[in-house]
Design a protein. Structure first.
Length: 60
């Protein structure tokens, strides 16, 4: 996770780290604190990914 945090220092708008074993998603939005979702059904992020929704049942 340190590697993802380092990359978020560069000008990107969003990063997701999906942990399939623990069914958690770490969301790294630009300039905002990291969020952790535990066993979500879907994941989306507006306005960056407007209209996109990832169905997690296809992942786990």
């Amino acid at each position: 996770m340190n590697c993802v945090g380092c990359r978020m220092q560069h000008p990107v708008k969003l990063g997701w780290l999906i942990d399939g074993k623990s069914h958690q998603i770490y969301i790294y939005p630009s300039q905002i604190e990291v969020k952790c979702l535990k066993n979500p059904i879907t994941v989306s992020d507006r306005p960056i990914l407007s209209g996109f929704q990832l169905q997690m049942n296809t992942i786990w």
